[in-house]
Ligand binder design. Structure first.
Ligand code: NAP
Length: 318
């Protein structure tokens, strides 16, 4: 009597396995193996995707090659060998270079190719790149991420996506390997616009953590106890939990580099100027971080923001 439902269930399961295997037949190319790109590429490889990688500094490809990825000589060659190419480089001009430059992805374009740019760059430049790609028959998604190096390693990123819905649907299984939350925000540029909102909230939050710790230090509180108690209350945040302890322990290794935070705040303020929006808090934090850069700390993590506050206060927190 119960044989039919079991047979149906088995057929469904077999179909699901077929679909999953088909998805994994997508050949993926990965360009940019920095702090974020490398662990993301590792996660795709571990999930069973065939991966071709390229990094400007070639030595950063070695670990991925040892794990079974193929190497390419250029972004163009990555595109030729892939169905979906992911870029995770630094700024707008860098994405333009690896996508539209002389050895760029666009010159390896072929029927069905999709580009997913996961770097944080300008929404306006994103729309321009998307138009150039569409003219060659290549679809694009802008899919910047939030969650830091730890989120990239643990595949718990939040991914905010702009681009055609059918391209989003096709690429969703790939993005779900990289993040725990993947959200379609609208047309090309809307993923990047969402990320700019995210960066405003992050930047002001870093400043808040610095000021809270400074007051505690100046007034003689035990900062570890302070962190412990406020993390359990309404002041709790990713920045507080992840960067607060690093500030106290003076661990300034990146994570998210000050220079990238500044790049993002520049994108925010320039976009806000385009749409006529005042952002006084963001402008203040950008100036505070400029002072950190002036100390030669641009390659350090954003927790190094505490250094400027310490100079203003004439006191180190630890
Ligand atoms: P990163 O460690 O500095 O790595 C940057 C990568 O981009 C490197 O592989 C670099 O190659 C490559 N690159 C830069 N300019 C290039 C160019 N013109 N041509 C070719 N390759 C180029 O940066 P990351 O922390 O991984 O950040 C990558 C992106 O993710 C940025 O847009 C950042 O804002 C965003 N993001 C970062 C975090 C974070 O916590 N780190 C979080 C969310 C979003 P080389 O190795 O040759 O230098």
């Amino acid at each position: 009597m119960q044989k039919e439902p079991i047979k149906t269930l088995k057929t469904c399961l077999a179909f699901m396995v077929l679909v999953i295997n088909h998805m994994k037949n997508e050949k993926i190319g990965f360009i940019g193996l920095g702090v974020m790109g490398k662990p993301m590429a590792v996660n795709l490889l571990n999930a069973g995707y065939k991966l071709t990688v390229w990094n400007r500094t070639r030595s950063k490809m070695d670990d991925l090659l040892a794990m079974g990825a193929s190497g390419a000589e250029s972004p163009k060659e990555v595109a030729e060998k892939s169905d979906v190419v992911i870029t995770m480089v630094s700024d707008s001009s860098d994405v333009e270079e690896v996508v539209l430059g002389p050895q760029g992805v666009i010159y390896g374009a072929h029927e069905g190719l999709v580009l997913i740019d996961m770097s944080t760059i300008s929404p306006t430049v994103t729309q321009k790149i998307a138009q150039e790609l569409y003219a060659k028959g290549v679809k694009m998604l802008d899919a910047p991420v939030s969650g830091g190096e730890i989120g990239a390693k643990q595949a718990t990123l939040s991914i905010m996506v702009g681009g055609p819905k059918e391209t989003f649907d096709r690429c969703l299984p790939i993005l779900q390997v990289l993040g725990k939350k993947v959200t379609h925000m609208g047309s090309n540029g809307m993923g990047q616009t969402t990320k700019l909102c995210n960066q405003i909230i992050c930047a002001l939050n870093i400043q808040a953590v610095c000021e809270g710790l400074m007051l505690g230090a100046k007034a003689g509180l035990d900062l570890k106890k302070l962190l412990d108690v406020v993390t359990a209350g309404a002041a709790s945040s990713w920045m507080l939990s992840n960067l607060g302890p690093k500030m106290i322990e003076r661990d300034m290794r990146p994570g998210f580099k000050i220079k990238h935070q500044q790049k993002d705040l520049k994108l925010v303020l320039s976009f806000a100027a385009e749409i006529g929006l005042p952002l006084p808090g963001t402008a203040l934090v950008q100036q505070m971080l400029r002072a950190v850069e002036a100390e030669g700390l641009g390659e350090q993590g954003t927790q190094a923001a505490i250094v400027t506050m310490e100079k203003l206060a004439g006191k180190k927190i630890s």
